[in-house]
Design a protein around this ligand. Sequence first.
Ligand SMILES: *[C@@H]1O[C@H](CO)[C@@H](O)[C@H](O)[C@H]1NC(C)=O
Ligand SMILES: *[C@@H]1O[C@H](CO)[C@@H](O)[C@H](O)[C@H]1NC(C)=O
Ligand SMILES: *[C@@H]1O[C@H](CO)[C@@H](O)[C@H](O)[C@H]1NC(C)=O
Ligand SMILES: *[C@@H]1O[C@H](CO)[C@@H](O)[C@H](O)[C@H]1NC(C)=O
Ligand SMILES: *[C@@H]1O[C@H](CO)[C@@H](O)[C@H](O)[C@H]1NC(C)=O
Ligand SMILES: *[C@@H]1O[C@H](CO)[C@@H](O)[C@H](O)[C@H]1NC(C)=O
Ligand SMILES: *[C@@H]1O[C@H](CO)[C@@H](O)[C@H](O)[C@H]1NC(C)=O
Length: 189
Amino acid sequence: MNTEVLILVMWVCSVWYPQLVTSQRCRDGYELSPEFVCVDTDECETYGDPALITALCGSYTLCHNVPGSYYCTCQQGYVSPSGTTNFTQRTECEDINECQSVPCGSNATCHNTKGGFRCECDKGFVSNTGTPSFNTTMNYCKDRDECESSPCGSNETCHNTEGSFHCTFDPGSASRNNTTNHSEGKIAL
Ligand SMILES: *[C@@H]1O[C@H](CO)[C@@H](O)[C@H](O)[C@H]1NC(C)=O
Ligand SMILES: *[C@@H]1O[C@H](CO)[C@@H](O)[C@H](O)[C@H]1NC(C)=O
Ligand SMILES: *[C@@H]1O[C@H](CO)[C@@H](O)[C@H](O)[C@H]1NC(C)=O
Ligand SMILES: *[C@@H]1O[C@H](CO)[C@@H](O)[C@H](O)[C@H]1NC(C)=O
Ligand SMILES: *[C@@H]1O[C@H](CO)[C@@H](O)[C@H](O)[C@H]1NC(C)=O
Ligand SMILES: *[C@@H]1O[C@H](CO)[C@@H](O)[C@H](O)[C@H]1NC(C)=O
Ligand SMILES: *[C@@H]1O[C@H](CO)[C@@H](O)[C@H](O)[C@H]1NC(C)=O
């Protein structure tokens, strides 16, 4: 080993070795590994217990580790009172009332839930996918064709209407003289 190389090695050791071992200090957000290397501290992992995450970030939050630090966000369906998206200060996130933005469309009733919402079609309407309730804006309520299930009697004709139906007596039937039509939606489905 020639002199220059030796001096270089000594310089490297004198500069770096004390930093890594003698002082045993890393920048904030980093910690010394068993291999004497400064590695990122995963603050979220340290506080992996949901109760501790809540203590660190606040209620209804998520913790995100980044090199040398971390930040918190509100869980989906929640918002911070100050409106900030990324924060490190403990924040109590609040439920968003999605129903205020009319996400269900017409002929539906919106129910706000913790972190979300649920749409239920009004009586006489059914969702386009046939599910009784939904929570995406891809879905909507459409008229249910009650006549498909033949709710009227024999010698009667079913008339579907938006949100309802009614039955009328056929011409010439025995019931024809009965002046009372089935009232709208009288027959429950
Ligand atoms: C929040 O942090 C993420 C990840 O660093 C970043 O992509 C996003 O732009 C940040 N949002 C705001 C509003 O600062
Ligand atoms: C269904 O919604 C449309 C559009 O808002 C409205 O005009 C109609 O009256 C509604 N029908 C019923 C039965 O509520
Ligand atoms: C939508 O409904 C599904 C199933 O009930 C649920 O898992 C999800 O969290 C809901 N999303 C919202 C935004 O309400
Ligand atoms: C239906 O009409 C036929 C022929 O008009 C009649 O014989 C029958 O009794 C009627 N049935 C009812 C339930 O009105
Ligand atoms: C309807 O009533 C009138 C008078 O009561 C009767 O003459 C007629 O035959 C009835 N029609 C039917 C289809 O029952
Ligand atoms: C007329 O039709 C209505 C509805 O079906 C029924 O409730 C009523 O009993 C009928 N009246 C007579 C006189 O047949
Ligand atoms: C029965 O319904 C038919 C069709 O909607 C209508 O033309 C008729 O006037 C109704 N009759 C009565 C007595 O309500």
